[in-house]
Ligand binder design. Structure first.
Ligand SMILES: *Cc1c(COP(=O)(O)O)cnc(C)c1O
Length: 433
């Protein structure tokens, strides 16, 4: 399969180039030449398949033989070795819990899949080591670090701003060691991002090392996000719902999950429509309502991983659906303030004894507000409530325990290197490795 840039159709890449570089050289994002259509019989059989079987079938179909079937089989099985439960909330509403991976965030799925595919390129490429670097303000660092942890041939550098992460966020990547290096920068997240960007563009470094990012626009992170839409559909089919009426509510940041949902629909999964949930950074909701896409500086919110002022996957959605009219046919947007997120967490706890994380709360509230009579709704729950312990505690007025899966990150020692802000400090550090 050939992949084309969203900025210029003539800029193309193979799957391996698309995975190793994330963005096209013209700054666009890669989309497959053609989204393959699955046979109808496949949908009928989804309810009889395991999560791994569904995921492997989708991955293999989407990649059209570009990656060896046995390799892909192993990658899928190692990526999805935790459950994705679908919770029936009554009133035709469901919650799909995507947060049972190692850092209890749905980003574990994309990070693990990407890491294992990259490892395959390492061995396929004469064992040239791959160096992955990302700048994180807290949320993606843990998932990326744990996704790549212990994978041979890949070194990971996580840049983060000093004093701006909470201890649990930091521990999730800084106590691992082995191939994971935490680099604390005496500066802001924007300093970290600029430093990483300069490193990717520095010819001195590229002569010495293969350096790449693990950006969320990377096709290897996007692809596995399709799996859970198919999985949710199969789980609902078991219960004899009207399968023409499925609506999925997606908490949106860079619009990766929503784009993956649209790709799943284009592959033939009969999802009726999507609900896009924003926090107060409502650039996408405003676009759906007005037709004007107006990126702006993001403001911090309680659903921090959704604080995006310029959603990166927007060009992909635009291409896939042919602009505003096409998008509005299959999606509707809702945006929520921090106060509303807190009241949704409190109400859902009081009425349904279900504890939501702030990210998941936007999607669940949007499902409550957007689901029409006769429709069957699924809200994606993307993070464990304990990951936002203080906010969730203040919402429900009760203590929230941090599960052992997260507490274990405090056990190790910190493997942290502190450097000054400014590209030269980073360059010196990388060249000394
Ligand atoms: C990244 C993230 C999102 C937003 O997903 P996108 O694919 O960027 O739209 C939502 N919730 C959580 C917990 C996340 O980490």
């Amino acid at each position: 399969m050939i992949y084309h840039s969203t900025s210029n159709y003539d800029v193309t890449a193979s799957i391996s180039e698309a995975i190793l570089h994330s963005y096209a050289p013209d700054g666009g994002q890669y989309l497959p030449e053609k989204v393959p259509l699955l046979p109808k019989a496949f949908m009928k059989n989804l309810c009889n398949m395991t999560l791994q079987e569904v995921s492997y079938a989708i991955a293999n179909y989407a990649l059209q033989g570009d990656i060896d079937a046995q390799v892909l089989h192993d990658v899928v099985n190692e990526t999805l070795n935790f459950p994705i439960p679908l919770i029936d909330m009554g009133d035709n509403r469901h919650i799909l819990e995507l947060f049972h991976g190692p850092t209890m965030s749905f980003k574990d799925i994309g990070a693990r899949f990407m890491a294992r595919l990259m490892a395959h390129y390492y061995t396929g490429n004469g064992n040239q080591e791959i160096n992955v670097m990302i700048a994180t303000s807290g949320h993606s660092g843990g998932a990326i670090a744990n996704g790549f942890y212990g994978i041979e041939g890949i070194n990971v550098y996580i840049l983060y701003p000093q004093d701006q992460l909470n201890p649990l966020q930091r521990a999730q990547f800084a106590t691992l060691g082995k191939n994971i290096t935490a680099i604390e920068v005496k500066g802001t997240i924007n300093d970290c991002k600029n430093m990483a960007m300069q490193a990717f563009n520095d010819p001195d470094l590229s002569k010495k090392m293969l350096l790449t990012s693990a950006k969320s626009v990377n096709i290897a992170r996007l692809l596995p996000q399709m799996f859970f839409y198919f999985w949710a559909y199969g789980q609902l089919a078991k219960h004899g719902h009207n399968m023409e009426e499925i609506v999925v509510s997606v908490p949106c940041g860079n619009l990766g999950s929503l784009t993956a949902g649209v790709l799943a629909k284009e592959m033939g999964l009969p999802i009726k429509r999507f609900i896009a949930a924003d926090n107060k950074n409502d650039v996408f909701t405003q676009y759906l309502r007005t037709g004007k896409f107006m990126p702006r500086e993001a403001e911090p919110s309680l659903a921090i991983a959704m604080d995006c002022g310029n959603p990166r996957n927007f060009p992909r959605l635009e291409k896939l659906l042919g602009g505003h009219a096409g998008m509005c046919q299959i999606m509707e947007g809702f945006a929520y303030s921090d106060e509303r997120i807190i009241s949704t967490i409190a109400n859902t706890w009081n009425r349904e004894q279900y504890l939501l994380n702030p990210h998941s709360a936007t999607a669940y509230q949007a499902l409550i507000d957007g689901l029409r009579p006769g429709e069957i709704g699924v809200a994606l729950a993307t993070s464990h409530p304990a990951k936002a312990q203080l906010d969730v505690e203040s919402a429900i007025g009760q203590p929230v325990d941090i599960p052992d899966e997260l507490m274990r990150f405090f056990n190790g020692f910190g493997h942290i290197t502190t450097i000054n802000s400014g590209y030269n400090s980073l360059k010196k550090f990388l060249l000394s490795r």
